[in-house]
Design a protein around this ligand. Sequence first.
Ligand code: GLN
Length: 372
Amino acid sequence: MEVLKCYLFGTSFLLIHCSLSLEQTNTEKMRKNVRLVACIIGLICSGSITVSFAQNNIQNQHSTKSAIIDKALLDKILDKNRQSFKEGKVADYIPELSKANAASVALSVVNSDGTIVSIGDVQQRFTIQSISKIVSLMVAVLENGEEVVFNKMGYYGTDKPFNHFANLETSGKPLNPMMNAGAILTTSLIKGTGEEPFVKIRDMIRFITNNEKIDYSRSVYHSERETGNRNRGMFYLMRNNGLIDGEGEDKLNNYFKQCSIEITAEDLAKIGFFFAHHCVRYDGNKQYYNPDLSQLVQSQMLIAGMYEFSGEYARTVALPSKSGVGGGITVSVPNKMGIGAYSPALDQHGNSVAAYRMILDLVKEKSLGLFN
Ligand code: GLN
């Protein structure tokens, strides 16, 4: 860069010299032109070209690093982290979840051009759990507007686990829509009777994944419903606080059903891609195109998607992500790609150990973090 600058300065100097000699021979038009060229080169040297060169450098660095991800890289990352499930524990507080094969592992990416690469147990279906909260947030905001939804809950981050609800007693409102209390409320704001709100969430997941076969697991749903007294407690507290209206437990059951929806790692990568691309589907379908909504959803994923681990996660992975106790994590790489990772053994925060490590390796390898 500096050598180039010296060269340009030299050329500029020579041209000015030329223009002075031309003055003596009195070739008016030519003299003006040579002076003009000298001035332009002088201006370029004084700064503007430095900026554009610097920008190009940055762009080049970025585009080479974040180029299309291939199977070989995913294979390497999966192999390296395959055994880390041993450091975690499969969730059993919802008894049906404890039946998952702890050693099962899958990693999937939807690249920026919409191509999909998946490895590991790509056919393995598992329940979406809390990852459904980003889709229910989307549906609730589309129907009610952001103001109505966030008048009833906060935009706060948290240092508390996903099932924390003490603030319902103090502020009266859930901290954010990513924790259970906020998500139960978000779903209860979706219009319709009986299971209609659930059907809207399921259909939106079907749309995003372009997979009409998406459905919920009856056995996980019943297991959640039978043992979900803590969630039930939050539901009644919010009813008491005037945040949820109506009779019976249909609204709570819709939350249990949305958590029981079965997906694969590839479906998760498609969900990540959708929110990374202004709600445009991986195949280019723009039916729900909405940059403002994708910003809202990604901001919540960034500050609370991994619960009390979100701050540390923002330091290491630095991307909007959402985990579920089924073992899945979806990641949005804004304007680039979607990542889906699965391994059912969880850490103490309820986030998948191996999925987190695979995401971390991929993000480091390709410099995908927001603050790179
Ligand atoms: N269905 C789970 C629950 O309500 C969802 C929690 C999660 O995935 N973090 O407890």
